[in-house]
Design a protein around this ligand. Structure first.
Ligand SMILES: Nc1ncnc2c1ncn2[C@@H]1O[C@H](COP(=O)(O)OP(=O)(O)OP(=O)(O)O)[C@@H](O)[C@H]1O
Ligand SMILES: [Mg+2]
Length: 258
């Protein structure tokens, strides 16, 4: 059984059919990419999986469980973490503090236990720190750990956001344009990390990305969408060669051109 399955999902905002009948399955251990022109509905697909938007139709399953009816706050504890297209970090907190906040969903202790600092709290705190230290090491963020987010270069902030998602210890990570705004060298680093997330952490990756170089380098399979509709699915080479996909990137659809 696949780790994530979306069946005929859609969300309409008034007359705007942001996503309009998209189906795909992501296998455990796979790197799966969603591509498409601006406004195609890619980020909206992430917002449907994250259960931020209500579904107009369709169903979603994760890890053998239907999540269609769940609320947004119930998604992260299942093991789905994400990054946002516009970096969402706490600017006036340090890298370490932001990563620790990424662990928040795993808190098992309550407020009173926290105040009394019971052994259970100490054990939990230790576990959080341990996971966060692993992430800092994995993403080579040692030099920045006590630096304020606001003062960091854009490329580093993008990496910290990936780190905050990884700190959760997810099974599936959703990356919304992890390479946007990055230099060629930084994009290549992101490609290495995505490979390592799969190999060393056993993660499954679902990513939205415009950089076809990165998609070709890391993705096993690709889904292309335009105007909320699926266009093609297959290997990066197959999808890039698809006439409808090529037409969509030229700002027209194959039907309109015919
Ligand atoms: N909450 C919302 N209310 C109304 N319209 C929305 C909402 N969210 C998204 N849309 C619309 O849905 C369409 C798809 O948007 P989306 O952000 O998913 O595109 P995208 O493929 O991620 O594009 P980009 O590559 O520019 O990030 C757009 O027309 C957008 O304006
Ligand atoms: Mg987007």
């Amino acid at each position: 059984m696949s780790l994530l399955k979306a069946e005929d999902i859609a969300v309409h905002f008034g007359g705007v059919k942001a996503v309009d009948g998209v189906s795909f399955e992501v296998e455990a251990g796979e790197v799966f990419a969603i591509i498409g022109p601006n406004g195609a509905g890619k980020s909206t697909i992430f917002n449907l999986i994250s259960r931020i938007y209500p579904l107009t139709k369709g169903r979603i399953w994760f890890d053998g469980q239907e999540i269609t009816g769940l609320r947004a706050h119930q998604i992260a504890p299942l093991g789905i973490a994400r990054t946002f297209q516009n970096i969402e970090l706490f600017d006036h907190s340090t890298v370490l503090q932001n990563l620790l906040m990424g662990r928040h969903t795993h808190r098992r202790t309550n407020f009173l236990q926290d105040i009394l600092f019971l052994p259970k709290v100490r054990r939990e705190e230790h576990l959080h720190r341990h996971r966060v230290e692993e992430v800092i090491e994995f993403l080579e963020l040692e030099a920045y750990r006590n630096k304020m987010i606001a003062g960091l270069p854009y490329g580093v902030r993008k990496v910290v956001e990936i780190g905050r998602a990884l700190a959760l210890g997810p099974k599936l990570i959703l990356l919304d344009e992890p390479a946007s705004g990055l230099s060629v060298e930084e994009s290549q680093e992101v490609a290495f990390w995505i490979e390592d997330m799969r190999r060393e952490m056993g993660l499954t990756v679902l990513m939205v990305e415009h950089d076809m170089g990165l998609v070709t380098a890391v993705a096993d399979r690709v889904l292309a969408v335009a105007n909320g509709r699926p266009l093609a699915q297959g290997t990066p080479a197959e999808v890039q060669a698809d006439p409808e996909v090529q037409a969509a990137y030229l700002g027209t659809t194959a039907e309109a051109a015919a």
